[in-house]
Design a protein around this ligand. Structure first.
Ligand code: 5GP
Ligand code: ZN
Length: 113
């Protein structure tokens, strides 16, 4: 499958790894929008959050726990952070492999525009 995040997970494309286990892979975003900008992805190729089904509950729930851990290790668990996933064209999704952005280290703006 021609998916850049699948290639990052299997090592074909290099990445700055932050965390890995059987279910998830986390790595630094190549174009960070904040001092901390990590992408957390399930190892299973799922197109977006709109394609999650019940068999994915474990990995998707696990991503939230890993986000807590990465936020703590990055020193932003007290100051706060954002965990988000973009879906489809209008949602601003540019890579069609489910990924959660973990952003922090500065005051983030809202609404996103
Ligand atoms: P999206 O726009 O789909 O929500 O987020 C995709 C993210 O993937 C973007 O923030 C972009 O910078 C990041 N990205 C795209 N290609 C690569 C890559 O090859 N390596 C890394 N580390 N990040 C990437
Ligand atoms: Zn993929």
């Amino acid at each position: 499958m021609d998916c850049i995040f699948c290639k990052i997970i299997n090592g074909e494309i290099p990445s700055s790894k932050v965390y890995e286990d059987d279910l998830v892979y986390a790595f630094k975003d190549i174009n960070p929008e904040a001092p901390i900008h990590v992408l957390i992805v399930p190892k299973k190729h799922i197109e977006s959050a709109h394609q999650i089904d019940e068999s994915d509950f474990q990995s998707v729930g696990h991503i939230h726990l890993i986000a807590q851990q990465i936020a703590k290790e990055s020193g932003i668990d007290q100051s706060g952070y954002r965990l988000l996933t973009n879906i489809g064209k209008d949602g601003g999704q540019s890579v069609s492999h489910l990924h959660y952005h973990l952003l922090g280290g500065r005051q983030l703006k809202w609404p996103p525009g």
